[in-house]
Ligand binder design. Structure first.
Ligand code: ZN
Ligand code: MN
Length: 492
């Protein structure tokens, strides 16, 4: 890009739709659940029967407030519901209940981690609550089915300012928002179930010979994975730059206005859909069937009190107070309960680093097998703390601790009782270890010669002899003691 322009800056904003994890829908008492047989969670309200009256779900408003407050948004005292008109088969009322000019939350920010270890604040323009549409099912050759189970599910829309300037920043923002809503417990944010959808708007600012050119802003609809989002943004940046280069005075925002594009997953590119509709096309007007929402101070403060420490702040605390590395801190702040588990074990007197090693070693491996979070592996904080303390005291070796952890995850119990029953307590009996060391030395003449000779082979031979002794002890000998005795014998 450099040879034809002085400077090229991608500009990306993101609209994110998040399905909230309430028991029931936004304006009726139908169950809010993914995967039920089509049209089993429906009623006159959510299928849009004339005369059926909606009633607001208070829990959904609270969840939306929680996100708004976590983002540092101002939460309005007075909000209302508006009808946004459009015709689509999966929206039988022919309008969506949304919030137009008085969104619940406004003017917040989300800190995102950058590759260089720093952070960047992306401004949030607004957050508002609305209802999801149903789903068209195209699995039959002769007709299209409509499943209205999703119609009326509470949907939080979060609109950012165009503050992201690269594919990486757009991806980091989407991931940070995904982590936040899960952290706050307001959404399962399961991408496969469509709980979170992205709509980036993208253009490119190009400086050349003292002039700034802006390409048309393109909005891409309904992306449901981080990968699709990142590919779309990357594709659009290079496509728009190429189109501009072919026609620098024609391919501009001024001349062409905004556009809607769709993402073709199979071809990994975007295709033109239509010129972008403006707000007046939707014929917004206040919904006469719903009363406005009044958020008083007491309610706002109660919800604010439930927000707690946010992921990035906790990550910083783990590196600063616990001395964990950035990657470890990151892995332990993927969800709140895993971090809570670490915090409780540390509060119980265990060393943070020992706990982190256990959680990110066997803990993460088991979580991976079971497809769950580390906390959901089910080892409680007091057991974790006890095991970590046994490690610190040299009562158990790291490999035996892994076995105990696995047993705790399978059947629970006390780490000490498990270690005793399975004869995993570290062998500190110097006489016993010395006997094994002597056996290993007697049986491995070649390794002993190498280990005594020094040079390249020494380290390997020493490690081999260590391994022989550890094997004889079934992993229970204290490695430091084995090392000391082995060195002593070899030096003599
Ligand atoms: Zn319903
Ligand atoms: Mn929306």
């Amino acid at each position: 890009m450099a040879e034809v322009a002085d400077k090229v800056t991608p500009v990306v904003g993101l609209e994110i739709h998040v399905e909230l994890d309430t028991a029931t829908k936004m304006f009726c008492r139908c169950r809010n659940r993914f995967g039920d047989p089509p049209n089993t969670n429906v009623c006159p309200v959510c299928v849009g029967m004339p005369g059926a009256l909606p009633v607001m779900n208070r829990q959904a408003v609270e969840f939306a407030m929680k996100v708004a407050l976590a983002l540092g948004c101002t939460v309005r005292e007075f909000t209302k519901w508006d009808r946004k008109g459009y015709y689509y088969p999966d929206l039988p009322k022919n309008y969506q209940i949304s919030q137009y000019d008085l969104p619940l939350g406004e003017h917040g920010r989300l800190e995102i981690p950058l590759a260089d270890g720093g952070t960047k604040a992306v401004r949030v323009l607004r957050t508002h609550l609305e209802e999801d549409a149903g789903k068209n099912i195209h699995d039959h050759p002769s007709h299209t089915g409509v499943d209205l189970n999703r119609a009326g599910v509470p949907l939080l829309e979060i609109v950012s300012e165009p503050d992201m300037n690269s594919v990486e920043e757009a991806g980091a923002y989407a991931r940070a928002m995904h982590r936040l809503v899960r952290w706050l417990g307001v959404s399962q944010a399961n991408m496969q179930m469509g709980h979170m959808r992205f709509e980036p708007n993208i253009n490119v600012h190009i400086e050349r010979d003292g002039r700034t050119y802006k390409t048309p802003i393109c909005e891409v609809k309904n992306l449901n994975s981080f990968r699709a989002l990142e590919r779309t943004v990357a594709f659009e940046i290079s496509r728009q730059f190429d189109e501009w280069r072919a026609d620098p005075d024609g391919y501009t925002m001024e001349k062409l206005g905004k556009q809607n594009r769709g993402y073709d997953d199979a071809r990994e590119q975007t295709v033109f859909q239509r010129e972008k509709e403006e707000a007046h096309d939707y014929r917004y007007f206040p919904d006469p069937d719903l009363v406005p929402v009044l958020v008083d101070d007491a309610w706002r403060q109660r919800v604010a009190g439930s927000v707690g420490e946010l992921p990035l702040a906790r990550r910083a605390r783990y590196t600063k107070d616990y001395g964990l590395g950035g990657k470890e801190a990151d892995a332990l702040t993927q969800d709140a309960p895993t971090g809570d588990l670490l915090d409780s074990a540390v509060a119980g007197g265990a060393q943070p680093k020992r706990c982190a090693n256990l959680l990110l070693g066997r803990g993460a491996a088991i979580a991976n097998e079971r497809v769950c979070t580390i906390a959901e592996v089910g080892v409680p904080a007091d057991a974790l703390a006890e095991l970590a303390k046994m490690l610190s005291a040299g009562e158990i070796t790291a490999s035996s601790a892994d076995k105990v952890f696995t047993e705790l995850a399978q059947s629970g119990g006390s780490p000490r009782a498990i270690a005793e029953a399975e004869r995993l307590l570290a062998i500190t009996d110097t006489g016993q270890i010395a006997a094994w060391v002597d056996e290993a030395i007697a049986a491995n003449e070649k390794a002993v010669t190498d280990a005594r000779q020094g040079g390249k082979k020494q380290k390997k031979a020493f490690g081999f002899l260590m391994g022989q002794v550890m094997q004889k002890s079934r992993g229970a000998a204290q490695p430091a003691e084995v090392q000391r005795l082995l060195r002593e014998r070899l030096d003599s």
